[in-house]
Design a protein around this ligand. Structure first.
Ligand code: ZN
Length: 441
């Protein structure tokens, strides 16, 4: 499950370390032992490779695995349904989930999406959905690192027939995966508009009791902002603050509609923020004020959101969009430069999940979550600036290898821990069921 009990010697690449000095080693090597990075630097200073498995990067970029801080991976089964429909969430998505989501669907759709994530260089993801134990089983099989939030809502859910039944589900899920080397269970109150005050406050204290993170959509919707303003005269961020949810445990997705005072509250509480620029653009929801967050040193990472919202799990596309959307919104080419965007996808994501001590950069002592990006394709040449090539040129098809916790999940573009044909077959049957069922929705 955790790192293989062996040594890796990853060499002949440009190491983009994302360490505090942001060092880049042009002829670099990374040495790994038992899933932990032991050496990062120029190859000339590397320890002996004796007894180690040698991995040739063929002159490519050796980077930290990418971190997707917000998604709902099992929704890949609904990908391309109702993409451009108004009020899609309540009219379409919730009824679809009530009707079709089962343990089987969640497991196979999760594996399918994990296949996509592995091929795109993602090593850690933060998920919120139903039947999160099945997502955990899929992640465990694939060998991915994951923070997995069981969704809590005020209506019957696919895995919990009573409103707020996710709370009971979470307890057994958390007990089962407590102390797991790759899986961190967490609580996921869906949003301020799908839970009441009492249950949101209860979740804040449960998170303390179980010592787990909390992830939630926050300040995402226009109607969320106007309803809370009318009912309490509060912003969504003020509302969560009053209920005790604004703590270092919180990973807040979106944070689009925030005031300067809200940004101070998020900063003082040391919350994590998951910025989802592609999903937000596609839904026409507005632009999260990320440059302002960064000016306050907030913990900001990037997310794809679910496959119905962001459509793909392509973190490189998201990173590129994160650099561009703020330039467009601020009409300023210098905003969110490539080096900053790549930080958001790596060490920033680790900070948003409060996991920066163990992942997010290539440094001795950290877990060995490492991707190798090939520079062979025409769009990847020449390289005057490694951050620019990673953010403005690279796509998931350029990811050659991926290691998580020292275990190789992708070798020369082929996944090693999952069976894509079997997944596609199983998911194909499930999708046919959905297609038939849609006719009577
Ligand atoms: Zn979401």
């Amino acid at each position: 499950m955790s790192g293989d009990n062996k040594k890796l010697y990853i060499t002949n690449g440009h190491v983009v370390s994302m360490n505090p000095k942001r060092e880049i080693f042009t002829n670099g090597t990374v040495c790994v032992e038992n899933g932990v990075i032991r050496y990062v630097g120029e190859s000339s200073g590397a320890p002996s490779s004796e007894g180690a498995e040698r991995v040739d990067a063929y002159g490519g970029l050796i980077i930290p695995g990418l971190i997707n801080t917000h998604t709902h991976i099992s929704m890949s089964v609904f990908r391309t349904l109702a993409d451009d429909m108004a009020d899609r969430l309540k009219r379409y998505l919730f009824p679809l989930e009530a009707r079709f989501v089962t343990q089987d669907l969640v497991y196979w759709a999760a594996l399918h999406t994990l296949h996509e994530m592995i091929r795109g260089g993602t090593s850690t993801f933060a998920d919120m959905y139903y039947f999160e134990e099945q997502v955990a089983e899929a992640a465990e099989q694939a060998g991915m690192r994951a923070v997995l939030g069981e969704t809590v809502v005020n209506f019957p859910a696919p895995d919990a027939p009573e409103p707020y039944g996710g709370l009971g589900y979470f307890k057994s899920f958390a007990r089962r995966f407590q102390g797991h080397p790759l899986i961190t269970p967490c609580l996921a109150p869906h949003a301020p508009y799908t839970l009441d005050d009492e249950h949101l406050a209860q979740i804040a204290s449960m998170a303390d009791e179980f010592d787990v993170p909390v992830m939630s959509h926050l300040a995402e919707m226009d109607f969320e902002v106007s309803a809370l303003a009318e009912k309490y005269g509060e912003t969504p961020v003020q509302y969560y603050h009053r209920l005790g949810l604004l703590t270092p445990r919180l990973i807040a997705a979106h944070c689009i509609h925030v005031t300067p005072e809200d940004i101070d509250l998020l900063s003082d509480a040391d919350c994590g923020i998951a910025h989802n620029p592609i999903a937000n653009m596609k839904a026409g929801k507005g632009t999260s004020p990320v440059p302002e967050f960064l000016a306050k040193q907030l913990r900001v990472g990037l997310g794809t959101d679910g496959p119905m919202s962001g459509n793909t799990m392509d973190m490189m596309h998201v990173t590129s969009a994160a650099a561009k959307v703020h330039k467009m919104a601020g009409r300023d080419r210098t905003l969110v430069p490539a080096s900053t965007a790549f930080e958001l996808a790596t060490i920033g994501g680790a900070r948003a999940l409060h996991m920066e001590d163990s992942i997010g950069s290539l440094e001795p002592g950290k877990r060995a979550d490492i991707a190798i990006v090939s520079l062979d394709a025409p769009h990847m040449f020449p390289v005057f600036d490694p951050y620019a090539v990673l953010v403005y040129c690279a796509g998931p098809q350029d990811v050659r290898d991926l290691f998580v916790d020292g275990r190789r999940l992708l070798r020369d573009y082929s996944p090693l821990t999952i069976d894509p044909l079997e997944i596609r077959k199983q998911l194909g049957n499930i999708v046919e069921g959905v297609r038939t069922g849609l006719k009577s929705l």
